[in-house]
Ligand binder design. Structure first.
Ligand SMILES: [Zn+2]
Length: 385
């Protein structure tokens, strides 16, 4: 998708998310003083595009720059707005998106009080677009929208390559200077520029230094008073031990990727090391990482392991504080004769594992929960029998 179409789509989608928030934050009357970041961002996108691409007609900007203008545009079919754009841009939007077919999203039900209602078409668009659907339900819709864009990009193509890059400790930051980039980083930026833009933010500090967490390897955040912070409680206990890196400008992995991809990846990397070792000692025949054949099917388990005796183990790395995340995990269809192992960090208490295992024993499912340091023993035992 071109930069123009991408920003234009964000303007529309964030506008819809913000509109929903505006209309439902207060059912009695719309409080126009309440700041809605999604609307602010939608209008900023409009202003940015008008300016960057010179979108003016008879001295007036074409894309909405204020909330009022945005709502007015939502009252008519989007085709009318798209047709006003210079041909090259309207053509691009028609070819790359379905926005041209969106009818009026809102209707004005009380002109005097400026009250709007979402139309059936508006609800249809909201329920059929996963980015909008998930964002309107979230406490922080703007952040959720950004996260959904990352997930969408990863599922589009080369899911495994992208995820492996993001869980690699060497990629928690990428030097802006090409000379300092690794070969893997150079290749990744060339192939997945859009994803890099979504997952990394340029460091704003001009201290020529960044600090890495000794516990997880992530780049530490520093607040205004100079205090350091990392992603987990454990990291923050060891916050005083940190590694200093001299670098002037770098792209830093953002919070969503750090928490939802990089952090769980630490346990996945540890499992992968054990599987590689067992492959060398002819216990494991082979394994797939993030198995999934089609778009969006990768969210199954983290590994499908085939032992030399042909037995199949499905392994899912889990690091949740609450056991219910594992007990109520959505389990995709398991192939016949396979066993699912939930592998949790070694620090998890006995009781934690007991609660999970009792649940699955009761249900007679072929699922067990083990600590990372038991994985090798469990797989070896299967071969020894
Ligand atoms: Zn950390």
């Amino acid at each position: 998708m071109s930069d123009f179409t991408d920003k234009f789509s964000d303007m529309i989608f964030l506008g819809i998310i913000g509109l929903h928030q505006r209309l439902f934050s207060n059912e009695e009357c719309v409080d126009l003083n309440e700041d809605i970041p999604a609307l602010r961002r939608a209008c900023a996108n409009g202003a940015f595009l008008n300016c960057k691409f010179g979108l003016y007609q008879n001295g007036q900007h074409i894309l909405p720059q204020t909330e009022w203008e945005l709502f007015n545009i939502f009252e008519i079919p989007l085709a009318e707005l798209i047709d006003q754009l210079p041909t090259e841009y309207s053509k691009e939007i028609k070819e790359e998106t379905k926005l041209y077919f969106i009818e009026a999203l809102v209707e004005c039900i009380d002109t005097e009080k400026c009250r709007f209602a979402i139309t059936d078409q508006g609800y249809f668009v909201m329920s059929n677009n996963i980015k909008i659907r998930k964002s309107v339900k979230n406490k922080n819709p703007l952040r959720e929208y950004h996260s959904q864009k990352i997930i969408e990009n990863m599922f589009e193509q080369d899911y495994v390559t992208k995820r492996l890059f993001l869980i690699n400790e060497a990629n928690v930051y990428i030097p802006c200077n090409k000379i300092d980039q690794t070969e893997e980083q150079k290749k990744f930026i060339d192939s997945y520029e859009d994803l890099v833009k979504l997952c990394y933010t340029k460091n704003s500090s001009n201290k020529n230094k960044i600090y890495l967490c000794k516990n997880c390897g992530m780049v530490l955040k520093q607040d205004e008073s100079g205090n350091f912070k990392c992603i987990t409680k454990e990291c923050n206990k060891k916050i005083d031990e940190r590694e200093e890196i001299n670098i002037s400008q770098a792209l830093i992995m953002n919070d969503f990727v750090a928490k939802c991809i990089y952090q769980p990846g630490i346990l996945e990397n540890n499992i992968r090391n054990i599987l590689d070792k067992l492959k060398k000692s002819s216990i494991v025949l082979d394994y797939d990482i993030y198995p999934g054949e089609n778009q969006s099917t990768y969210d199954t388990w983290d590994f499908r392991v085939k032992l030399v005796n042909e037995k199949v183990y499905l392994i899912d790395a889990k690091d949740h504080e609450n056991v219910n995340y594992i007990i109520h995990d959505r389990i995709p269809h398991m192939e016949e004769g396979s066993k699912l192992l939930y592998v949790v960090p070694n620090k998890k208490p006995k009781n934690y594992l007991k609660r999970i295992n009792e649940h699955f024993i009761k249900r007679k499912e072929n699922i067990i929960c083990i600590r990372l340091n038991e994985l090798e023993k469990v797989l070896r035992k299967d071969i020894d029998i």
